[in-house]
Design a binder for this molecule. Structure first.
Ligand code: IMP
Ligand code: MG
Length: 175
């Protein structure tokens, strides 16, 4: 497969600053209460690892694995849960940790699914909020970086499972 053209869009330093800020905001808002951070695999794994270390409140961690069908760069809205959380949510303060919100379909599904388990509170933290192609009106409570459109890779984000290990976020130049 030929290597697609890409250029750095968000540097590792810029990402680290946003993650630090999010950690401070979250720590401030929860006043030392224990937070259950629910990471959405696989894309959030690096963001998640950095975010937990930027939060000073006590945390417990758990993971959910979702897959949405669609083309290579566009999700279809049909979401499947491949691995559920293991910790019961009832009575807990829960934050969903996602890599990127695009159409919003993935989070819309997960948010309402988890709400049925009666957490004390349920919020959303996303590293990237891609706003141009939103299909459902879902908003994150904590946003690292807002972008308009374009397909990005690196820092956990993949294209066809590749490039998750790139330390910076790159814009994939298609065509
Ligand atoms: P949504 O359901 O359309 O909001 O898509 C969310 C999921 O699609 C994310 O969790 C990512 O896995 C994937 N995704 C959306 N946009 C991008 C991108 O620019 N790069 C890599 N993955 C993306
Ligand atoms: Mg993905």
């Amino acid at each position: 497969m030929p290597k697609p053209a890409m250029k750095v869009l968000y540097s590792r330093e810029f990402i680290a600053e946003q993650v630090e800020r999010l950690g401070k905001e979250i720590s401030r808002d929860y006043h030392g209460r224990e937070i259950l951070l629910a990471g959405v695999l696989k894309g959030s794994f690096l963001f998640f690892a950095d975010l937990v270390r930027a939060i000073s409140s006590p945390v417990v961690v758990d993971f959910v694995r979702l897959a949405s069908y669609g083309s290579e760069t566009r999700s279809s809205g049909i979401v499947e849960m491949r691995k559920d959380l293991e910790i019961p949510l009832q009575g807990r303060d829960v934050i969903i940790v996602e890599d990127i919100i695009d159409s919003g379909n993935t989070l819309e599904y997960l948010y309402h699914h988890l709400l049925q388990r009666k957490p004390r509170s349920l919020k959303i933290c996303t590293l990237i909020d891609k706003r141009a192609l939103r299909e459902v009106p879902i908003e994150a409570d904590y946003v690292g970086i807002t972008m308009d459109e374009g397909f990005i890779i690196g820092y956990g984000l993949d294209h066809d499972e590749r490039y998750r290990n790139l330390p910076d976020i790159h814009l994939l130049q298609e065509g």
